[in-house]
Design a protein around this ligand. Structure first.
Ligand code: GSH
Length: 303
């Protein structure tokens, strides 16, 4: 049975980012279908609260946020390396732009248009994930769509010059840009905008044609059993640091600094400059080690 378990759902753009990397590396992985809206009773025993999708599970190790899970996949499966070291900084910066800024321009107009494809309570669920001040400051959907069209021009300028976002080969920058544009294409008017650019359409098709790697399906209860039957490895990584603000052994609460601010509470096991891992114990799955990136997350001491 493959070790990689991805908790995802078919409409989830960020899941497609990770799946494109499974495809690129031709990895075997198990797909667990999670609900599109909260509650997620077969996910939160693993994360302790975090509800965003996807979540990567490897035994009793739980990885939140795609930027962290992709680094972990790269570490564990170094064959067919994803991004050459000389392009990694640029790829991570571009991925951050795609995940946040490009996604923010694609999300509202797409959801506005594909209303019938999403569950009845979807809009209320997503509105409840936002901080009220963000909702109050929401820009008109036509303006946001116009920004997306401008983003396409920048992407096109690159893809007319090189086959991939950073040159001759697929990297993290492609995975991140791909998941947003692929999602946007589920809305007919945004797909029409994308298809005005043959270089983008060709690139998108090339990534879709890579497939999904060796995918098999797993029941949520079986994934919980995998976590219950495994023991986390608490060994700190070689680049672990001491950080006065995040002392090992202390209890902390972790939550995203943008939307979907459900907390994970756990005991700090190790910290690096860019990530940390907390131990938590759950009645269904026993001890798990939950991993978070530091970029994009808030940490608060707990008694
Ligand atoms: N920064 C996160 C963003 C993940 C994210 O926003 N995922 C969307 C779905 S693709 C989500 O969780 N939506 C709410 C939900 O599924 O409950 C990451 O990179 O993993």
């Amino acid at each position: 049975m493959p070790d990689l378990i991805l908790h995802q759902y078919a409409l989830s753009p960020y899941s497609k980012k990770v799946i494109s990397i499974f495809a690129f590396k031709n990895l075997a992985w198990q797909a667990v279908e999670q609900p599109v809206i909260a509650p997620k009773p077969d996910l939160t025993p693993l994360t302790g609260g975090y509800r965003k999708i996807p979540v990567l599970q490897i035994g009793a190790h739980i990885y939140c946020d795609t930027k962290l899970m992709i680094r972990e996949i790269e570490k564990r499966y170094p064959d067919a390396p994803l991004t050459p070291p000389a392009l990694l900084g640029a790829a991570e910066l571009l991925a951050d732009w795609a995940d946040y800024r490009l996604f923010s321009h694609a999300a509202a107009p797409s959801i506005f248009e594909i209303g019938e494809l999403v569950p009845k309570d979807f809009l209320a669920d997503r509105a409840a994930m936002q901080r009220p001040e963000v909702l109050a400051a929401a820009l008109p959907v036509d303006h946001v769509k116009a920004q997306f069209v401008l983003d396409l021009q920048m992407i096109n300028r690159q893809l007319e010059a090189t086959p991939f976002m950073l040159g001759e080969r697929f990297t993290l920058a492609d995975a991140a840009t791909f998941h947003v544009l692929n999602f946007a294409c589920s809305a007919p008017s945004l797909a029409a905008e994308v298809n005005k650019h043959p270089a983008i359409a060709k690139w998108l098709k090339g990534i879709l044609d890579m497939g999904e790697g060796q995918r098999s399906d797993m029941q949520p209860a079986d994934a919980l059993a995998v976590a219950r039957d495994a023991a986390p490895d608490y060994t700190p990584p070689a680049d672990a640091i001491e950080d006065e603000a995040l002392p090992v052994g202390k209890m902390i609460a972790i939550k995203p600094n943008d939307y979907g601010q459900e907390e994970t509470v756990g005991e700090i096991v190790w910290v690096t400059a860019e990530a940390l891992a907390v131990k938590r114990t759950d009645e269904q799955v026993g001890d798990v080690l939950v991993h978070y990136p530091r970029l994009g997350y808030l940490f608060e001491a707990r008694a």
